[in-house]
Design a protein around this ligand. Structure first.
Ligand code: UGA
Length: 432
């Protein structure tokens, strides 16, 4: 099929390159001219495992093209995905200006039937507005269909998530749209759920909100574990073995971050409010997450007493491993709080150093975890990168000023570290 993807952010790029890899002809569009000129040369603005290689491969075999012209893309494609950003407005509502602008441009450049697929995370009823906008600006009485096809890929494992999704959700209104979309996804051979458009839109927000709820729930359990000396890893394992609960997304830590959960939760609370429903559960999930971020600072204070003039090493800046994304990263919030308290902060991340240089000041940027830990009063591991999981603890103990390890992601064995002479502080590991 000839496909266009409008918006070359995380979702747009991954979707575009994966559809190209499946044998379609794909045009990725973005209004950022510099980004497009880089992408044409195979220079990718984000770190996502496997993405750059796939882009280069599909550029070479001419299945993938980049352009800033929506016009050219609309003319050349039968299926048009909208994957532009929907950032949060100050009141938490999603800003849908980008979607409206794109809808208008698509309508003005259509010259025949087009299938327009909403991929960005949007409030329920956005597709209805999309349809109205297209009808308003369409030149002749051309035919078109609108589909809601929410994306569930995670940063850091985006390609695999796209090619092996648990389910593909298609919110459709016509037999033609259903046929075209199922044909497009057929090569993935994964379960396809056909729903009405509003249900599909809601599935996305409901799924992210539920996952965030699981995380805040286990973080709340971790607080109780700390108080009574239980181990949250054991509690999560015991809960997760119940198939009704499931073992995923029960890792306690320093709180969830990223560009999705915080924004989507806020937007969903806002949508509910507009519909006259007070989504109290989600408000509690959000507050629990904010508390969790503050709690890790308190744990450091509990060990070091005064933070001012202490040297703190923070390993891991990205909001999760295998990405260089710093958006809403709990690690960055912690670093800012430490600086505010007057600490000297040394930082290291395997992939996010360049982005960190642009957003952090008054910190020492180090080349590896050991350089950061040298002469530090404490080492905080804030992101569970694989390279942090296997450390030379003997070396680490020698170079730290005091052997204090704050394990913000529960990746170490407390018994082992204590035996090696460390003061180990995890999240809900029974440090009461
Ligand atoms: C999330 C969803 O998992 C995707 O399904 C969805 O497509 C995406 O948002 C989106 O809406 O675009 P993402 O934010 O990339 O994906 O990453 P996750 O792996 O979900 O992690 C989010 C945050 O939760 C991270 O800060 C992570 O450290 C934290 N987390 C996750 C925990 O603290 N504990 C867990 O058990 C799992």
């Amino acid at each position: 099929m000839n496909i266009s993807i409008i918006g070359s952010g995380y979702v747009g790029l991954v979707t575009g390159v994966c559809f190209a890899e499946l044998g379609n002809k794909v045009i990725c569009v973005d209004c950022d001219v510099k980004k497009i000129s880089h992408l044409k040369k195979g220079i990718v603005p984000i770190y996502e495992p496997g993405l750059e290689e796939l882009i280069k491969l599909n550029l070479k075999n001419k299945r993938l093209k980049f352009t800033s012209s929506i016009r050219a893309a609309v003319k050349a494609s039968s299926v048009i995905f909208i994957a532009v950003g929907t950032p949060a407005l100050e009141n938490g509502e999603a800003d849908l200006t980008g979607i409206e602008n794109v809808a208008r441009s698509i309508a003005q450049n259509m010259d025949g039937y087009r299938l327009i697929v909403e991929k960005s995370t949007v409030p329920v009823e956005t597709c209805a507005w999309l349809k109205k906008t297209i009808v308003t600006y369409i030149k002749k009485s051309l035919k078109f269909d609108v589909v809601s096809n929410p994306e569930f890929l995670r940063e850091g494992s985006a390609i695999n998530d796209f090619t092996h999704p648990d389910r593909i959700v298609l919110g459709v209104e016509s037999a033609k749209a259903k046929q075209m979309m199922t044909n497009l996804y057929k090569p993935l051979n994964r379960p396809i759920l056909i729903t009405n458009i509003k249900s599909a839109e809601l599935i996305k927000h409901a799924s992210n909100a539920f996952l965030a709820t699981k995380i805040s729930f286990i973080n709340a359990i971790a607080r109780i574990c700390d108080k009574v000396g239980a181990d949250v890893l054991e509690v999560a394992q015991g809960m997760g073995l119940d198939n009704r609960i499931g073992r995923y997304f029960l890792h306690a830590g320093i709180g969830y971050g990223g560009s999705c959960f915080p924004k989507d939760l806020e937007a969903f609370i806002n949508i509910a409010e507009k519909l006259g429903y007070d989504f109290a559960i989600l408000k509690a999930v959000k507050n629990t997450n904010e508390e969790q971020k503050k709690f890790i600072l308190q744990k450091i204070k509990d060990e070091l007493w005064i933070i001012k003039d202490k040297t703190i090493a923070v390993a891991g800046l990205a909001f999760k491993p295998n990405t260089d994304d710093l958006r809403n990263s709990p690690s960055i919030d912690l670093i800012r709080a430490l600086i505010q308290e007057g600490a000297k902060v040394k930082v290291y991340d395997p992939k996010a150093m360049n982005k960190a240089r642009a957003c952090l000041s008054n910190v020492v940027f180090c080349n590896d975890l050991y350089e950061a830990a040298k002469a530090a009063d404490c080492l905080v591991v804030a992101t569970e990168w694989n390279e942090f999981k296997e450390l030379d603890f003997v070396k680490l103990k020698k170079i730290l000023k005091r052997p204090l390890l704050i394990d913000g992601r529960n990746i170490y064995d407390p018994k082992l570290l204590k035996a090696l002479g460390f003061t180990y502080v995890g999240v809900g590991r029974g440090n009461a």
